[in-house]
Design a protein around this ligand. Structure first.
Ligand code: F6R
Length: 249
């Protein structure tokens, strides 16, 4: 596991975008696993800037997003589909036919999960999976307690996740209670993983994920078992990691 410390959010975004760019340059038809949330927005902005400068080409890139709320459609401004269009896809030359996000409107859970697993498996494998981390240690919508051997599934969101996501909705009642998410098994099958974390509210989860016991209670702790993980985090997110290390010196 490699940990890259960023000075601030801008630095984090540039460092993360550099890692993604390297993947795109090395393999122009790479399969990228993508995340939504606040943290990767700056990374996507940086990728767009480099695309506009002519340094990146997304023509052959394929993407598979981690998750989508269940019960809302692509036209809903809070859908992850909408997020990906506005924060990345509409600004680069990606072929939308090569982008994949779970279908939040599919009522048949078994059917949607099987469809999504097929997409992941038939893609030849995710070359680089981008992840954020929840304050409770979740990755994707794999909430504490999740079994590590799950592939795509429908999750009931944890109360603290609903609270954390309420900032994007008019009221907390509007936050969907369920979501489709890639499972830990899908994430761990990615060839490489890039986790981004920003802010003090992530410090405890990040510390536990990197140095705590590997346990479903902190889903991100499973990443300790992957052989190609890069962490890009700012000083605040790394504050506990750093203070614990210093106390050992
Ligand atoms: C998003 C996702 C979530 C977020 C996590 C952190 O697709 O799967 O796991 O990465 O909730 O979100 P932010 O970046 O908003 O703090």
């Amino acid at each position: 596991m490699r940990i890259y410390e960023a000075k601030d959010y801008n630095d984090l975004s540039r460092k993360a975008a550099n890692i993604i760019s390297a993947q795109i340059i090395m393999k122009p038809d790479a399969v990228l696993g993508l995340a939504t949330g606040s943290t990767p927005i700056g990374t996507y902005k940086q990728l767009i800037e480099w695309y506009e400068k002519g340094d990146l080409d997304f023509k052959e890139i394929k993407t598979i997003n981690l998750d989508e709320y269940k019960g809302i459609g692509p036209e809903n401004e809070q859908s992850y589909y909408h997020f990906m269009r506005t924060n990345l896809f509409d600004h680069i030359n990606i072929d939308l036919a090569n982008t994949n996000i779970p279908n939040g409107l599919e009522e048949d859970i078994e059917k949607e999960c099987a469809r999504y697993d097929d997409i992941i498996n038939q893609s030849g494998g995710i070359d680089l999976q981008l992840l954020g981390i929840g304050c409770n240690g979740h990755i994707g919508f794999n909430e504490p307690g999740i079994s590590f051997d799950k592939s795509t599934h429908c999750v009931k969101l944890a109360d603290n996740t609903i609270q954390a996501n309420a900032r994007f909705f008019e009221s907390i009642e509007d936050v969907p209670k369920y979501a489709y998410s890639m499972g830990i098994k899908n994430i761990m099958q990615a060839k490489s993983i890039l986790l981004v974390a920003s802010g003090e509210n992530k410090a405890k989860a990040l510390y536990e994920a990197l140095y705590g016991p590997i346990t479903p209670a902190v889903p991100a702790s499973v990443l300790q078992l992957h052989n190609n993980v890069s962490i890009v985090a700012d000083e605040e997110a790394l504050s506990i990691v750093k203070s614990e290390k210093e106390s050992l010196l």
